[in-house]
Design a protein around this ligand. Structure first.
Ligand code: HPA
Length: 243
């Protein structure tokens, strides 16, 4: 079953006919919310609000291990994470949609594996290509079907937050090859891989990253881009279900 992890601006799926609300409890503690199972456009889907519903958990306090476990428990076989991001590539305007093909993890101190020698025995998994290519293709196709422009590819840099970055940090990330910066892409992607669930990210640009333009980043501009952008994300999710 397809699962959507909704990020900032997407704490519930409008139009979802709810069949079941799964418990948020897992062997790894509580997920951000219970996984909601239901039908959208007649198709079964799972939905999880990454930050809880209502939005309560900052990116560094999300229990990603519990979230991914809860989705697996609920029967997820494919996961699309929706992530609000800053655009490092200056060609990416607010409201642009991107399906990244690579990531760099700049986070620190997050519980980022099941194979830590305590919960499960130590194991080193391959993560050369962090996103599932088939699911990425399906997402890009769904965008086309929905009449939305989606950029295919790019490196997502995941920072710790919750503060935004300095201009120098963004300049360094640009030198590293990052096109996008967000705070929630990791360890979500790696935990999905550890559970062998195909995972892809649909990133919505909500602001130019620090120093990309001269002005400061304001919550007002982020919220405006989120409001319009999330409507486009929803159309893509609809197309994803009917494709
Ligand atoms: N930086 C990090 N995370 C973000 C940003 C940003 O500029 N915008 C939205 N999420």
């Amino acid at each position: 079953m397809l699962a959507i992890i909704g990020g900032t601006g997407l704490t519930e799926m409008a139009g979802l006919e709810v069949d079941k609300r799964h418990s948020a409890e897992t062997p790894l503690g509580a997920a951000s919310a219970g996984v909601v199972q239901g039908k959208l456009r007649g198709r079964d889907i799972l939905f999880l609000a990454r930050h809880g519903h209502p939005h309560k958990l900052p990116p560094h306090r999300v229990n990603y291990r519990a979230n991914l476990w809860a989705l697996k428990q609920a029967g997820a076989t494919r996961i699309v994470g929706i992530n609000a991001v800053g655009g490092i590539d200056p060609t990416l305007q607010p409201e642009a949609l991107v399906v990244p093909d690579q990531l760099i993890d700049y986070t620190t101190g997050r519980e980022s594996t099941y194979f830590d020698g305590r919960f499960r025995p130590l194991k080193h998994i391959d993560f050369s290509w962090p996103y599932d290519n088939d699911l990425r293709d399906v997402l890009v196709m769904a965008g086309k079907q929905a009449g939305e422009t989606i950029e295919d590819g790019g490196v997502y840099g995941c920072t710790q937050g919750p503060r935004l970055e300095t201009a120098a940090e963004i300049a360094r990330m640009a030198r590293d090859g990052c096109r996008l910066v967000g705070m929630t892409g990791m360890p979500e992607a790696v935990l999905a891989r550890e559970l062998s669930i195909p995972y892809a990210c649909l990133a919505l640009v909500v602001n130019p990253a620090a120093g990309v333009v001269e002005s400061e980043i304001t919550m007002a501009e982020i919220e405006a881009a989120l409001e319009n952008g999330i409507e486009r994300v929803k159309r893509i999710v609809d197309a994803l279900l009917t494709s």
